[in-house]
Design a binder for this molecule. Structure first.
Ligand SMILES: NC(=O)c1ccc[n+]([C@@H]2O[C@H](COP(=O)([O-])OP(=O)(O)OC[C@H]3O[C@@H](n4cnc5c(N)ncnc54)[C@H](O)[C@@H]3O)[C@@H](O)[C@H]2O)c1
Ligand SMILES: [Zn+2]
Length: 364
């Protein structure tokens, strides 16, 4: 037998900038003109964002690129499917886009996730830029390179890690969001405050009304703080082997609730309840003080987020769905819990704790 070795040790640099500002589209395009990342550009967006910002962005890119294409699909999580991914790819192939193209994901997390995954696989990978337009996308989904589509078996089950070339956050785009979408983002923002940034938490505690009034300066500050936290976490643990798990606070129970509501309860609402219940577990385990949990609970309430499961559900059903979640290991439920507002708990350098069923049962 002959053995030939293919050496593929890689040193990769996937670094990228996150730009945050007001009226950034013009700057973004002139930057792209100076430092093009492709000859032709495809903007992927959804039906709502196309009307609000898609046409405008396309006309700007028309001025600097050989070829541009604007593709949209109907808005909503229901469209984050393999079928829509195929449709986008077919439109790009029919229009003759090749390896010298780049993709621009303009929209919320649904657009970012699906467009990022198209970029990851189109002709085995083309560059892409995230232009997030929801609060969730600005503070969470556009950073970190997780791309995916949903399947009938579950959310985000097919996808890849694929980092963008840049993230361009134009805060002005947030002014067309409704309060529900602001609230969705706020749930993740409060999470960042609890797990990593006391000042951020205090800011939300004192100024949540200003956020709902689209105070641009405040939104910029908050988005920047969140991007810093997520960026730092991803820098240290891109593949979620340890530190990145802190971002899952509230998500173990939250996902189970979201799932059992048949997705009638939004992600933000579900993780708000999840954070309160997981916080209660932290209190029961002697990790977090009851005062800190109460303070967090009041912030969720002030933001109009729920803190209790609004329907009857057998806790055993929630526990079994937590066990089949991507985050659990061999049927053991794991959680990342805060030890104080602004600080996540760790033991022996590990941020994820194994939680037994009885401890979970107690909080329902
Ligand atoms: N990749 C990740 O790390 C990650 C992290 C968090 C969430 N996600 C994913 O993100 C998705 C949720 O993202 P989302 O909350 O942004 O939802 P979304 O993309 O569905 O956007 C919510 C709604 O807002 C509309 N919209 C977008 N921008 C707008 C604007 N500026 N003005 C008015 N309306 C606007 C959209 O058309 C849509 O109807 C989920 O699929 C989730 O799995 C991914
Ligand atoms: Zn989340």
């Amino acid at each position: 037998m002959n053995t030939l070795r293919v050496n593929l040790k890689q040193i990769v640099d996937n670094s990228y900038d996150i730009k945050i500002g007001k009226d950034l589209f013009e700057d973004f395009i002139s930057g792209l003109k100076e430092n093009p990342i492709a000859y032709s550009y495809v903007i992927v967006t959804d039906s709502n964002v196309r009307k609000l910002y898609g046409e405008k962005l396309k006309s700007l890119i028309d001025g600097i690129a050989e070829k541009t294409l604007l593709i949209d699909f109907p808005a909503g999580e229901m469209q984050k499917t393999r079928e829509i991914k195929t449709e986008i790819e077919d439109k790009m192939l029919e229009a003759g886009f090749g390896r010298d193209s780049a993709l621009i994901a303009l929209g919320g997390g649904v657009v970012g996730d699906i467009a990022g995954y198209v970029a990851a696989t189109y002709t085995r990978g083309i560059p892409y830029i995230q232009v997030p337009t929801t609060l969730v996308a600005c503070v969470d989904s556009s950073i970190g390179g997780k791309t995916a589509v949903d399947t009938p078996h579950g959310k985000n089950l097919i996808g890849s890690f694929y980092q963008p070339e840049a993230v361009i956050i134009d805060i002005n785009t947030l002014t067309t969001l409704g309060p529900e979408e602001i609230r969705e983002g706020l749930a993740e923002i409060i999470k960042y405050g609890i797990i990593a940034d006391y000042e951020l938490f205090e800011l939300i505690e004192q100024k949540s009304d200003d956020i709902f009034n689209y105070n641009i300066e405040l939104l910029s500050l908050i988005v920047e703080k969140c991007c810093r936290i997520k960026g730092d976490v991803v820098e240290n643990d891109e593949r979620e082997s340890n530190l990145r798990k802190i971002l899952n606070f509230g998500h173990t129970i939250g996902h189970a609730i979201e799932n059992h509501s048949n997705y009638t309860l939004t992600h933000g609402n579900s993780i708000s309840i999840g954070m309160v219940l997981e916080g209660r577990i932290a209190v029961n385990l002697g990790i977090l003080s009851a005062e800190d949990l109460e303070r967090a609970r009041l912030v969720f309430i002030a933001a109009g987020l729920p803190v209790e499961i609004p329907f009857d559900i057998d806790p055993e059903k929630l526990i079994s769905s937590m066990k089949i979640d991507k985050k659990s290991r061999a049927g053991v439920i794991e959680m990342s819990l805060p030890e104080a507002i602004g600080k996540i708990y760790s033991i022996d350098g590990k941020y994820s704790l194994k939680i037994d069923d009885e401890t979970i049962r107690e909080v329902f």
